[in-house]
Design a binder for this molecule. Structure first.
Ligand SMILES: Cc1cc2nc3c(=O)[nH]c(=O)nc-3n(C[C@H](O)[C@H](O)[C@H](O)COP(=O)(O)OP(=O)(O)OC[C@H]3O[C@@H](n4cnc5c(N)ncnc54)[C@H](O)[C@@H]3O)c2cc1C
Length: 448
């Protein structure tokens, strides 16, 4: 292990870009303690012509960070947050669950978080992590300011007045190493969560109506049973009861959908089995998953071998059509689905690379086994529906299709070049997408 400028480098897997421009595999993991350490790591990468990605909790299933990447670890985050009015500033590698608990004594909460408590704030933000609410957008829509170390090793503050703010909220980690984030919070509250089951035929007539009938909403659709389990949560006065909520993809869902799929016992997916009411703290209701990052990383690797997870972001105006067409696809290819389908609605926003850019969005979360012609037909359907993809899950669409879905793609590339002209934070995933690896000439593969 070597050490300089607060940076320790350890042998491990990593991508190394040699001085001749060729890519070879080298062996590095970088551990830093503070922003100075991050800046030193960037300077060293510039000198050695290497590149690295910043490590989050490892929850993304796409190659947004791949096993071949050299990873920069920010170290254990401090438990210190700063609260001013409804604004909270926290270390970017704090988990969303930890932030929610630290906000409790202040009577505050973040309205949009993913279901997994152990995602880091930065990792969740740069991949466009969302909850389920017609009122709130992605987690990044609560962002008011971030501090990062850019690709020149400079410390930069990007607030909502900064000209590149709209490129930085969902950045795939390409603007720099985010070290601190400031979010606008809402007053803390308890939620009453009610679960029931409706026929798919009823749901598909008005998916948006179903998903927006309460402040927070999420569903799972069991296609074989032709039913949808709905999780609707609204604010309620009074303290939460210490009862944990039913998970959307919990054991009951697994058993019920197994019985329906394998034995034709569709009554297993019914209100008689699922109906319940739970009152809990906002953070327990919205983020019920407390899996350890180690378990998740194991699942992520397994996910790359067998079942895949893709989450399509469909214009809410086409939600009904989309679900009907997905239903026809699943019927044509029985046995391709691992889990029931997750459904959630999210408000639109203005971040350049946000899958919910400019439109209310129905998210359709599909866990599937690969194999042709299913995968090609899935991608073709998504393309025809104009569906964007969650950046942290499998991306079955071709790079040129993805590029066309984002009108500000080139503006984002130019902003990325300003923040990181030497592509320190690039990897094979961002090269493949055409966000990096083209150099200043705009020619693919000419960087460095
Ligand atoms: C169990 C589970 C449940 C989930 N539930 C949801 C959900 O409800 N809604 C949803 O939308 N998604 C969900 N996801 C997806 C998940 O929220 C995202 O993939 C998110 O990125 C995970 O955060 P992470 O800390 O693990 O980031 P990682 O996967 O480790 O990293 C993601 C990206 O962020 C970059 N990055 C990390 N830290 C920094 C930093 N400090 N500066 C710059 N770049 C950085 C990394 O380099 C990488 O490119 C879930 C995932 C799991 C495993």
């Amino acid at each position: 292990m070597s050490n300089s400028g607060g940076v320790s480098a350890r042998r491990g897997e990593g991508l190394y870009r040699g001085p001749d421009g060729g890519v070879t595999y080298a062996t590095r993991e970088i551990h830093v303690r503070d922003e100075e350490g991050v800046a030193a790591a960037v300077h060293r990468a510039l000198q050695e012509q290497t590149r690295f990605r910043t490590a989050g909790s490892g929850g993304s299933k796409s190659d947004i960070t791949s096993q071949r990447d050299c990873l920069l670890h920010l170290g254990q985050p401090t438990d210190t947050i700063e609260v001013h009015g409804d604004l909270v500033t926290a270390p970017a590698n704090m988990t969303s669950g930890r932030l929610q608990s630290l906000l409790a004594p202040h009577g505050l909460a973040i309205p949009t978080v993913g279901e997994w408590q152990n995602a880091t704030l930065a990792g969740a933000m740069v991949t466009g992590t969302h909850g389920g609410s017609a009122r709130y957008g992605l987690m990044s829509t609560s962002l008011r300011e971030m501090r990062l170390v850019n690709g020149l090793g400079d410390l930069v503050t990007v607030d909502s007045g900064h000209p590149d703010f709209q490129h930085s909220g969902v950045s795939l980690g390409l603007m720099g190493v985010i070290t601190r984030v400031t979010f606008e919070c809402i007053e803390r509250f308890s939620l009453k969560l009610e679960t029931d089951v409706v026929p798919f035929a009823e749901y598909v007539r008005d998916p948006v109506g179903h998903e927006s009938r309460s402040e927070f909403h999420a569903s799972v659709w069991a296609p074989e049973a032709g039913r949808v389990v709905r999780f609707a949560a609204d604010r309620v006065a009074g303290p939460p009861h210490p009862i944990s909520r039913e998970q959307r993809f919990g054991w009951r869902t697994a058993v019920a959908t197994f019985l329906s799929r394998r034995l034709g016992l569709h009554a297993a997916v019914s209100s008689a089995v699922f109906r319940r009411t739970v009152v809990g703290d906002v953070s327990d209701i919205l983020s019920p998953l407390d899996l350890s990052p180690r378990t998740v990383r194991f699942r992520v690797v397994a996910n790359k071998i067998l079942p895949r997870a893709v989450e399509f972001a469909v214009d809410a105006a086409r939600a009904s059509e989309a679900l009907s067409r997905f239903q026809a696809l699943f019927r044509a290819h029985p046995g391709r689905l691992l889990n029931p389908i997750g459904l959630r609605l999210t408000a639109g926003d203005e971040f350049t690379l946000s899958p919910t850019l400019g439109r209310h969005t129905l998210w359709i979360d599909v866990f599937y086994y690969g194999g042709e012609p299913f995968v090609t037909e899935l991608a073709t359907l998504a393309e025809e529906l104009g569906a964007r993809c969650h950046w942290g899950k499998t991306l079955p669409l071709a790079p040129d299709v993805i590029q066309r879905q984002y009108p500000g793609w080139d503006a984002f590339r130019r902003a990325r070049e300003r923040f990181d002209p030497n592509e320190v934070f690039a990897n094979s995933f961002t090269d493949r997408l055409g966000l990096t690896g083209y150099g200043s000439s705009g020619t693919a593969g000419s960087a460095r």
